[in-house]
Design a protein around this ligand. Structure first.
Ligand code: HEC
Ligand code: HEC
Length: 430
């Protein structure tokens, strides 16, 4: 009898223990931020790919978009792809102050990262495109980027590759109800596929995200101090929300969040930065709206993975992350943080680096036995001025180069001079 009671008591004790243990585990999963040493400055973690995925972003469409994203053959010279300036093997940018496109030409501003660009309300520093698809129309024909004369010329290159035609048919055949490459391969389908791939470029699960989800050890002491300094200075008044860009909840809506740089133009330290880093040389958002109130306004950039996207700001002139923190403190908040605060904030910003999904170089379809880039691609689209120069270099038949006859003339003149000189010296000797 005593044994049985003991056994019963033991069973009851074990059950109670089990209940308590599962209860504790459940509480921990509850994202309870109350137990964290410092309250997070933004209390939502990275929302992940699901948040921006669109219903018809199929695996086949994403793959096609990835191929187009990596294909340099749709640029004038066959050398520049989206990945040239937005390298997804690293920070999603080009590590240069300003971007360099075909013929080594440079543009006016720095390449922003494509990582997490699917969360932006608008695209470009000045927000001149609402969606990723609309954005992707620009670079193909920008003369300082991929340099094609028009979209049709780029589309014709794609249409000439059977492998691409088959893939477009697989992805868009039903929707477009045609197997004609002219109908299938349009600027709409092309940019739609590129955008579907870009939406997959998300980086959740940074140390910050782990912290917000209740892992008190995910941030070190310096990063916690940095988070406090970030908040005390007021950085989150612009860089808020889980993208630290102030805008994320209505992806691709066209409702951008723009702020001036500088806000405190009269701050003396800021004046030096403006001079040194060429701020206030570019109209910013005013270039889009024509409204003077928007002068020097820029889309507030995301701070996710910011440690990997130097150099900084729209001018790409600010060399380091630490210097960016100093610039922001002076120009945006009229503050003068100590070196220690600047270092702490910089350390905190590195906690926003997430998990980059593995990228694999895609295989690109090839035409059989010929190149997708025409033999004369370099000269085909040159502007009128250069064509005139070319016409001068090549005579009407197009087969003799005046340079060559000039060389021949010089040679003839040299021989004639030599003959005369020899004649003279002979006479002299006689
Ligand atoms: C020669 C370099 C270059 C090439 C090639 C290029 N881009 Fe860009 N990209 C830039 C620059 C510079 C900007 C910023 C321009 C601006 O804001 O005025 C930009 C902006 C963007 C943005 C906006 C990001 C943001 O935060 O606002 C996206 C997205 C993007 N490019 C995707 C692409 C895609 C897709 C392609 C290929 C079709 C491409 N880019 C080709 C340099 C390039
Ligand atoms: C008034 C709004 C505002 C405040 C406050 C603000 N920022 Fe910014 N931040 C911006 C804007 C706008 C830009 C883009 C400026 C440009 O390109 O010229 C920017 C750019 C940056 C960049 C460069 C990002 C890149 O990709 O080049 C960093 C880093 C940054 N901010 C960090 C901070 C920190 C740290 C603080 C607090 C000390 C702060 N910001 C406060 C609006 C703000």
């Amino acid at each position: 009898m005593g044994r049985r009671l003991q056994l019963l008591l033991l069973m009851v004790a074990v059950s109670i223990l089990l209940l308590v243990a599962t209860g504790a585990a459940a509480a921990q999963e509850d994202n309870d931020t109350d137990d964290l040493p410092v309250e997070p400055v933004v209390d939502e973690p990275h929302p992940g790919y699901e948040y921006i995925a669109q219903e018809d972003d199929t695996e086949e469409k994403i793959e096609l978009g990835e191929q187009l994203y990596f294909d340099p053959r749709i640029s004038e010279t066959g050398t520049i792809s989206c990945n040239t300036c937005h390298n997804v093997m690293e920070g999603g940018d080009d590590s240069r102050p300003v971007a360099m496109g075909v013929h080594g030409q440079t543009g006016p501003v720095a390449s922003p990262t494509v990582w997490n660009s699917g969360f932006h309300h608008t695209q470009f520093w000045d927000g001149r495109a609402d969606t990723l698809a609309e954005q992707a129309e620009g670079p193909i024909v920008a003369d300082v980027e991929m340099g094609m004369p028009d979209h049709e010329a780029a589309l014709d290159r794609i249409r000439a590759v059977d492998g691409y035609v088959d893939q477009y048919e697989e992805v868009y055949g039903d929707e477009i109800d045609s197997d004609d490459p002219e109908d299938l391969i349009t600027i709409e389908t092309t940019t739609d596929a590129i955008a579907a791939y870009e939406r997959t470029l998300v980086t959740p699960d940074s140390p910050y995200d782990q912290y917000v989800q209740g892992d008190a050890d995910a941030l070190d002491e310096q990063q916690l101090d940095g988070m406090e300094a970030f908040e005390e200075l007021g950085c989150q008044s612009c860089h808020n929300g889980p993208m630290f860009s102030g805008q994320w909840d209505e992806p691709e809506s066209g409702e951008g969040f723009y702020m001036p740089n500088p806000t405190f133009e009269e701050n003396e330290q800021c004046q030096e930065y403006v001079e040194e880093y060429d701020f206030m040389d570019h109209p910013g958002r005013m270039g889009v709206t024509d409204d003077e109130a928007d002068e020097f306004h820029y889309k507030v950039p995301t701070l996710r993975n910011v440690e990997h996207t130097a150099p900084y700001m729209h001018t790409g002139q600010v060399p380091t992350l630490e210097e960016s923190v100093r610039v922001m403190a002076a120009c945006q908040l009229d503050e003068d943080p100590s070196d220690e605060e600047v270092e702490d904030i910089t350390a905190f910003l590195t906690s926003l680096t997430g998990e980059y999904p593995e990228q694999e170089m895609p295989r690109l379809p090839n035409p059989s036995g010929e190149s997708m880039v025409p033999m004369d691609a370099d000269t085909e689209f040159e502007d009128i001025e250069e064509e005139v120069d070319d016409d001068e270099a090549i005579d009407d038949d197009g087969d003799t180069i005046p340079g060559l006859s000039l060389g021949a003339a010089i040679l003839a003149l040299a021989i004639a001079t030599a003959t005369v000189l020899i004649g003279y010296s002979r006479r002299f000797n006689q």
